[in-house]
Design a protein around this ligand. Structure first.
Ligand code: NDP
Length: 317
């Protein structure tokens, strides 16, 4: 690690709803936060077409527009927002070191982690091309746009089971594409899927191609046992094959579960390192909503403020 070039009171890593909310609170508490946005400023919401479930936007708002508003609000209170990626951390001492873009080292009294998570994708060209035009990795965000229509969903875990039953309430029919002859989801969730009459399960099937030019018109699936291909007309294609939390750089420093979700002290944003706080999807595999991420961003800033105040009292004594 090269020498530190700058010291800040509060460093925020990540620029989704958690990061911006933390910034708004930290800036208003005079912590002069510096935020590094990561490679995708605005986070996952910037690939969401329309957000209709965030309170305060009665007419809905596009994901990118909403993140622009978050950014403006954080800037209004003088958050120093910089484009850059945290590439390494060193949490050995009382002052925390964070390396940006593998070259600049910043030291910080407090670090708020809001690096989020990324949805896993199948990796098909058609899936990428139609992302946001009928292809989505979030049924709760986008399912509403497909009400009364036929959709397909890939996956076999708890997320897929939950999202399939969610979509089944809105859509005429849900084609669930499962790559093996069984689901990984818990028994109770599976039962819910099996008992939903408008979910049709395609076992031993993988997605060959998402069909459509400007929007999704169908999906071609392939039976892995027989090799037979079938085209199913659908207008929405949902992927629910898991998420990867963006927490690799914290490995060895912070506690995480087997997938990499950071562990916090329940009901708080505290990690096992004093002065390091976590918010948003990096520590949340359960809810993963913009509004819950924003809520935990607020918690992280309040916890950081409290930590700094206690430290100042300690230093004065
Ligand atoms: P999981 O990793 O549990 O499941 C991913 C699923 O996607 C697996 O069934 C896997 O298939 C399938 N899959 C992976 N890659 C592909 C691919 N390329 N093509 C087709 N299918 C693929 O992820 P989840 O998001 O479902 O869940 C993550 C965690 O969150 C779990 O611990 C889960 O229990 C928890 N969760 C809990 C909920 C609840 O309790 N209400 C709700 C949602 C999640 P295969 O089985 O063949 O490997």
């Amino acid at each position: 690690m090269s020498e530190a070039t700058e010291h800040v009171k509060c460093l925020i890593i990540g620029s989704g709803p958690a990061g911006y909310t933390a910034a708004i609170y930290a800036a208003r508490a005079d912590m002069h936060p510096v935020m590094y946005t990561g490679m995708q400023p605005g986070g996952q919401l910037t690939i969401t077409n329309e957000v209709e479930n965030y309170p305060g936007y009665p007419d809905g708002i596009s994901g990118p527009e909403m993140m622009e508003e978050f950014k403006k609000q954080a800037e209004r209170f003088n958050t120093d927002i910089r484009f850059g990626m945290a590439t390494a951390v060193d949490f050995t001492g009382p002052v925390h070191k964070v390396t940006i873009d593998a070259k600049t080292v910043i030291t910080a009294d407090t670090v708020i982690i809001s690096t989020g998570a990324s949805a896993k994708w199948l990796g098909l060209e058609s899936e990428q091309r139609l992302n946001g035009y009928g292809v989505s990795a979030c049924a709760v965000c986008d399912g509403f746009f497909y009400r009364g229509q036929t959709v397909a969903l890939v996956g076999a875990g708890d997320s897929a089971a939950e999202e399939a039953t969610y979509l089944a309430k809105l859509c005429t029919k849900v084609h669930l594409i499962v790559r093996r002859d069984e689901m990984r989801a818990s028994k109770v969730m599976q039962k819910r899927v099996f008992n939903t009459p408008n979910i049709e399960i395609h076992w031993n099937s993988e997605t060959d191609e998402v069909l459509g030019d400007k929007g999704v018109e169908g999906v071609r699936i392939k039976n892995v046992l027989s090799g037979e291909k079938t085209e199913i007309p659908v207008t929405g294609f949902f992927v629910a094959i898991g998420h990867t939390p963006n927490t690799q750089i914290f490995k060895g420093w912070l506690d995480m579960d087997e997938v990499g979700y950071l562990k916090n002290e329940p009901g708080t944003s505290l990690t096992k390192i004093p002065g390091v706080f976590v918010s948003g999807d990096a520590a949340d595999k359960r809810y993963r909503q913009a509004v819950t991420a924003a809520g935990t961003g607020c918690m992280a800033a309040l916890d950081a403020e409290k930590y700094l105040a206690a430290k100042e009292v300690e230093e004065m004594a």
